[in-house]
Design a protein around this ligand. Sequence first.
Ligand code: GCU
Length: 431
Amino acid sequence: MGEMNKKVNVISCIFLLSILSFNAQSQTIGVEAKAPAYKLPEMLISSKGEKIQTPEDWINIRRPEIITLFGEYVYGRFPGTCLEKKFETVKIDSNALCGKAVQKNIVACFIKDGDTIPMELLIFIPAHATKPVPLFVGMNFYGNQSILPDPGIPVTKSYVLNNPEYHIFNHTATEESRGADSSSWPVERILERGYGLATFCYDDLDPDFDDGFKNGIHSLLDYSEKNDSNELSSISAWAYGLTTAMDYFETDERINKNQIVVIGHSRLGKAALWAGAIDQRFAMVISNNSGCGGAALSRRIAGETVKDINTRFPHWFCKNFHDFNDKENEIPVDQHMLIGLIAPRPVYVGSAEQDEWADPYGEFLSLYHAGPAYTLFGLEILEKDTLPEINKPLWTGKMGYHIRTGGHAITRFDWEKYLDFADYHFDRKDK
Ligand code: GCU
């Protein structure tokens, strides 16, 4: 009997220990436990070693320094003002989506020495809006026609051109692909909540394959052959598209140019963060599952690493970034500084529990370590470096974060939380 009791005790001990260790594992979100020790570069020490103590010093000294570092070592130079831009309205439909929206199709043209690259911008404005509306802008992966099964949306030409053989979830990149990615784009819900939505296909700026930076808008830029280590990357080209869309919004009286939210999922979340960091006209920045080179800290070496991403996607970052394969600790910046550049504007980072490749905890930690930039403006910051509960958004000051159940995607849950956050910060409680 005594022996039997001992056995039962040993078995229950083992059972208890395994429950405890399972809990510990789930709290550490997979790869966290393996992250090596690291020291992040200082957000508030200038290159001359001065301590940045005021918003003015941040704006005039440290912010430009950090932008230059990201441009030089991570994303590559931005084209600046060397391309001429023109906007052409090709269609306005005041009775789109069964009367729910005004649809506008704008072509933004990038022009250099007579050559033109078009970017097809699709905009929906809630039909019954009585004043300029706040608006979300985000790029799409598969052409404008993929966001809704609506025959009134022109099929994006660059997508068809660059992906003739490609199948979007079993649909060829043609008429057949209408609405193929509609689960990522709850258009009617966004309109119902009083927001406009604008989108364009990232292929318009730069098709997503490595061709040595020659296609897309690269074809219009004459960077010197000898000094191309910090050349505009694909992510910078995509981000440049977002800032160009912003140029257009400033001219459209149906849009509230002070309430534009830039949003992106995954690789397009990396571009949304970079665009939002550089261009302060964006009033709010949202990263959804953007991972390595986006919201996740590189130095954690958890999930996708710098070497992983540079190997699989050599065109996403500038050539200098490849020097940091397996040398994350030598990058002069880390991704918390990208989020710091958004201060004092609202920023929201969305992660997914099963998206370990994007290192959810590393995404959260970037937001946490962006704190010092927000503190300079007297804003509240995240108190603790521990993840909030799953599916329970955490908002502090201008920072928002959630980790939801499920995997790598932008879901209805994510959109609802982003819309709630925008309502709150745009003071739209009684809309
Ligand atoms: C790959 C890549 C990620 C990226 C993702 C996406 O998984 O490794 O860095 O975020 O694609 O864009 O879907």
